[in-house]
Design a protein around this ligand. Sequence first.
Ligand code: DQA
Length: 150
Amino acid sequence: MARPVIHILNGPNLNLLGSREPGIYGHQTLDDIARDCTALGGDLGLETVLQQSNHEGALVDMIQAARGLAAGIIINPAAYTHTSVAILDALSAFEGPVIEVHLSNIHKRENFRRHSYVSARADAVIAGCGAQGYLLALHHMADLIAPSST
Ligand code: DQA
């Protein structure tokens, strides 16, 4: 049987992970994260598709494309977290669970990072766990989409 597909979407500047402010975002690259998600997804019976864009409209297109295809979305909208009603609206039109991930603890940083538009739609939010946050999100996603035992 086909495994449920989880789309893992990443916003601007996350293509630079590994070299971008490693004291805040860690040393793992997005490719490292994709590899770890693929491995854990396999253990959890999930297929993962990781995508990244620096462009708001492209992220909206990715979210729309996930409709009817993905069982769930894990998203780190990066800076668009704090600005994008368009990404919130696109996620609101997605029928499955949504988990918001941030590598850093956005509540411990500048004030402008404390507000997330995406949190109004997210079923769960993980912040401050570094790259491990994506793996925690996958574990929780597996629970959220598991068929009910009743
Ligand atoms: C981030 C936090 C955002 O405030 C920031 O703009 C990012 C990354 C994080 O993963 O910690 O680019 O989403």
